[in-house]
Design a protein around this ligand. Sequence first.
Ligand SMILES: Cc1cc2nc3c(=O)[nH]c(=O)nc-3n(C[C@H](O)[C@H](O)[C@H](O)COP(=O)(O)OP(=O)(O)OC[C@H]3O[C@@H](n4cnc5c(N)ncnc54)[C@H](O)[C@@H]3O)c2cc1C
Length: 406
Amino acid sequence: MNRRDFHKTCLMFGAGALTGTATHAGEQASGPSIETHREPARNLPVRNFDVVVAGGGTAGVVAALAAARQGAKTMLIERKGYTGGTVTEGGTALHSFFNLWQAFGVKKRQVVQGIPQTIVDRLMAVGGCSGHAEMLKGYEYDSVCTAVDVELYRLVTMEMLDEAGVFMALNTLLTDAIVERDRVRGVIAESRSGREAIYAKAFVDCTAYGDLAAFAGAKSSVPNDYASCNSIGLANVDLDRYFEYLKASGGSNQVAYGLRSGQPGKVVRFNGGLGGDFAKEAREIGMSSMITTVHDNYIMFVKCSYKVPGSVIDRDDMARAELEVRKRMAKAAELFRKYVPGCEKAFVARTSPSLCIRRGRLIACDYDITHEDVIEGRHLRRFVQHDQNRPVVGQDPTRPRTRSRP
Ligand SMILES: Cc1cc2nc3c(=O)[nH]c(=O)nc-3n(C[C@H](O)[C@H](O)[C@H](O)COP(=O)(O)OP(=O)(O)OC[C@H]3O[C@@H](n4cnc5c(N)ncnc54)[C@H](O)[C@@H]3O)c2cc1C
């Protein structure tokens, strides 16, 4: 950096730029720099737990609750300021996790119960869930729609974790793994309180990106074979007028009735496609017309998809994708105002804080869950191991070991 560039940088970014970065002024963010900066070694404060759960989404909340309720001293590390993850940001419904009948050609059965069902019960009690609303039409993809109010989902799960005594490290990013002799001994986490090491006996990676496993050296790939998506919530709509209009013009090919604004038997999911120009313009922005809600006058879920060019674990590829999807979401709201009866004065009341992915890293696992495991609701209580003498990450060494899955 020459003298002129140096002064320019200081003027633009203030004193912080002097101390923190090796990036040259004017250098574009794209492409890795060949210049490196050696971080000085330092001692970190250590915390000790029995179980560390990384990521507080659907999986992490349940894992942390299960561990804490077994009496384990449990820490949940979540990079955002709330729990709930993708369900509260992109999905807004829990349908496929619980009930898999018509859509999968199996007999009617709720395959997920236990702690996840207690979350649904708690949500129902505060008006934050449609219940397991069975699809009366269009159950090829989902047998049931279990729509959730995303704000209440966050609150209820945080309350449950608090009640169970889980130490919630929110706004905390897991940045590395401490590996000793092929075992995860600890993790490194960073927050505004600083950088710290956390040791535990067991670790559960629920980051959806396989961050912890990858930091620990697990083999992984990033196929990027699904579109990423974000969803919006549209408020100030006349939902019943919209649905009646659809019925009058041929109906919706998806319908489920459940609890909405405290009233049972209300439509909570339908396909709101109108055809014509609406459909054409919707296709251009990857917008799905599948609608879910648990409130009157609110469309909780309108999805815009986008296949990220590049990699879903590349910061800069994702930054460009974030902008593209935000443009698509704004356009989606316009389409509703322009074409949909009852939505003339709709506005965007919710977006996801960041782009949701369908698939991040694929970790090479000792056992891959199969389609049959899922639709038969099989319990995978035992672990598969390549080496009998080497405990796998997270395994309780006191448990009997086995080579085969039941
Ligand atoms: C638009 C959309 C529609 C969907 N529809 C359906 C559907 O109809 N049926 C269905 O079954 N599934 C659906 N899904 C998928 C489903 O929502 C996800 O598979 C599920 O929510 C993933 O849960 P999870 O706990 O594995 O991950 P997530 O919920 O993504 O949780 C991961 C958590 O880890 C945190 N985290 C990540 N990295 C770090 C780190 N390094 N340090 C700390 N915290 C970290 C994240 O902030 C997040 O809270 C949909 C997804 C989307 C986006």
